[in-house]
Design a protein around this ligand. Structure first.
Ligand SMILES: Nc1nc2c(ncn2[C@@H]2O[C@H](COP(=O)(O)OP(=O)(O)OP(=O)(O)O)[C@@H](O)[C@H]2O)c(=O)[nH]1
Length: 234
């Protein structure tokens, strides 16, 4: 495991009297320092084939909207021949009403259009929901956004926002832009579904499949063909 705090830490930056950053400025400073020091990351990642890395990224939305750091990270990883999938985690406990839902959808979209890589949305902490809340949240997983927003008419959305929210809902619906996979950490199947979806988005493991096929009986029958499945990092 690589820990970015070996390179730079928000706490150290905030404690520095000459910089005088608060938590947000400190984080931005650290991320900008990080992109100027990608050789540190390259060394930490090493040169293994078929390696699978998870990056636990900070959730501050400005890193995905105002400044290009996350995009630069993704571009650099792709330049190093990694296949990258963005996994956008949203806490199910916040998805309790249409306005919060729309705001979550727009944050997910913002990351999607900024990063331009395969993108999966996951609704997390499903184990913390009551049975009733779980049932209610189902409609948000593969959402009919127009329907959800229409339900908000009795007060969730102020009149003057109705046109805007309807227009946004139409765009998101028409392009099938947003779906969420539920993640319940106490349920192995739910973890498997999320992992398999990510693997299939980056085609991880597909290179490995031919190795599991039994060998042909005639060992001498070497036709010189390449297997065509070079081990590629993911
Ligand atoms: N019950 C339950 N607790 C969880 C789950 N995921 C995270 N937690 C707990 O929730 C707390 C906060 O964790 P996260 O929500 O992952 O925090 P975070 O948003 O990654 O925090 P930053 O990385 O600092 O932005 C921790 O105590 C976790 O152990 C989950 O699926 N179920």
């Amino acid at each position: 495991m690589a820990d970015i705090r070996e390179l730079i830490s928000v706490d150290d930056v905030m404690e520095d009297d000459s910089l005088r950053f608060g938590p947000n400025g400190g984080l931005v400073f650290c991320m900008e320092y990080f992109i100027q020091n990608f050789d540190w990351l390259e060394e930490e990642l090493g040169e293994g084939e078929d390696d699978y890395f998870l990056f636990d990224c900070p959730g501050q939305i400005e890193l995905y909207t105002h400044i290009p750091v996350m995009r630069q990270l993704v571009d650099t990883l792709q330049h190093w021949n990694f296949r990258v999938c963005a996994v956008f985690l949203i806490d199910s406990q916040f998805m309790v009403d249409p306005s919060k839902f729309l705001s979550g959808v727009l944050s997910a979209l913002s990351a999607m259009v900024t990063l331009e890589v395969p993108h999966i949305n996951v609704m997390t902490k499903m184990d913390l929901l009551s049975k009733k809340a779980k049932k209610e949240i189902e409609r948000y997983l593969d959402p009919d956004i127009r329907g959800i927003l229409a339900d908000g008419r009795e007060g969730y959305f102020d009149q003057k926002f109705q046109k805007l929210t309807k227009a946004l809902g139409t765009v998101v619906d028409d392009f099938s832009l947003v779906q969420f996979l539920p993640l319940d950490r106490s349920d192995e199947d739910s973890i498997d579904i999320v992992l398999n979806t990510i693997d299939s988005a980056i085609q991880y493991g597909e290179d490995l499949e031919p190795r599991e096929v039994p060998e042909l009986p005639d060992d001498d029958d070497d036709d010189g063909r390449d297997s065509g499945f070079p081990g590629e990092e993911s």
